[in-house]
Design a protein around this ligand. Structure first.
Ligand SMILES: [Zn+2]
Length: 336
């Protein structure tokens, strides 16, 4: 198995005025982590092709796309969390291009293809804010949704696993009524964007295609490993996709500041290792510091080694009951 990275310096041109957690230094942390693990080499980093403005309309409506383009002529805020700068437009089109390149490569030759992009995307719905979210949560265009859309077009169906600490509400909203896009989302419950509960299973003709695992506050590796084994892996195995789209956020890593999750290298290595039998399009979402330096390389290492090590599990009572609830809800559609 090999690892290739789609990256462009253009991703640094989406930049805040003053302090903001979503800023270009995130890429420095990610690259540092990848370099130290020897995953970032001269010959495996490729420049992605941007998509056109028309192609963005495959996942977003014209009014929203126009608003991003207009606002980005100067610096401005879409909402209290989310800024647009003069480099945003080009960065966002190139990020979508990287997501598409990752999918196409993953279909062509088995391996892990990482779209190391900014701005992030999984909170962006079809016309901006998704479901009941108050903001876009730092996101502009939905890179993971674009990856899923591309994969569905080329392969008939798509599966997305989102392990960012926050619910991927934008991705879920875009495909809410689409039974051909299976979306599994494991995240911390009752935090931004306040969605992604056990009973949110997809729209009328797509019931069961959206699987939400809202984990308790302070969840640990053991809690996540349990959910991964009991829900995530069985669903992926049942779908048996040619390519898995991974909406990869590392903000659940212990020491990251936006959530209370306490994940370590152990979970991320395990997650990578258990996915090593699939070809992956890994789309970069959140993670602001230590998660990028430790979690991202651990995931990559796990994927390349292909040897899952879980050890004995001691999940919390809250995690056990969460997983049990998800299994109970989804037994109607899945062999869990
Ligand atoms: Zn996040």
């Amino acid at each position: 198995m090999s690892l290739r990275i789609f990256y462009s310096p253009i991703f640094r041109e989406h930049r805040p005025e003053g302090y903001h957690p979503e800023n270009p230094t995130r890429l420095d942390y990610a690259i540092k982590g990848l370099r130290e693990g020897d995953f970032w080499k001269e010959d495996n980093v490729l420049e992605p092709e941007p998509v056109t403005a028309e192609e963005v309309l495959l996942i977003h409506d014209g009014e929203y796309v126009g608003k991003i383009r207009e606002l980005g002529r100067a610096f401005g805020y879409l909402d209290p969390d989310t800024y647009v700068s003069p480099g945003t437009w080009e960065a966002a089109l190139t990020a979508l291009g990287a997501a598409r390149d990752a999918v196409k490569s993953a279909l062509k030759r088995p391996g892990m293809y990482l779209a190391l992009v900014r701005p992030p995307g999984h909170h962006a719905g079809r016309s901006g804010k998704a479901f009941n979210a108050s903001t876009l949560g730092f996101c502009i265009f939905n890179n993971s949704a674009f990856a899923a859309r591309t994969l569905k077009e080329l392969d008939g169906k798509a599966l997305v696993i989102d392990f960012d600490a926050h619910h991927g509400n934008g991705t879920q909203e875009i495909f809410w009524n689409d039974p051909d896009v299976i979306h599994i989302d494991i995240h911390e419950r009752d935090i931004y964007p306040w969605s992604g509960y056990e009973h949110d299973v997809g729209g009328r003709d797509a019931e069961g295609s959206k699987i939400n695992i809202p984990m308790p506050h302070y969840a640990t590796d053991d809690d996540y490993l349990l959910a991964w084994m009991e829900v995530v892996l069985p669903v992926i195995e049942e779908v048996n996709p040619n390519v898995v789209v991974v909406s990869a956020g590392f903000d659940g890593f212990q020491g990251e500041l936006l959530t209370t999750l306490r994940l370590t290298e152990r979970f991320f290595r395990y997650a990578g290792a258990t996915l090593s039998r699939y070809s992956l399009a890994v789309i970069f979402e959140g993670g602001y510091n230590v998660g990028l330096m430790e979690g991202l390389p651990a995931f990559s290492e796990g994927y390349l080694s292909g040897e899952p090590e879980k050890g004995p599990l001691k999940p919390s009572y809250e995690a056990l009951s969460t997983v049990q609830r998800v299994v109970t809800v989804h037994r109607e559609w899945w062999e869990l």
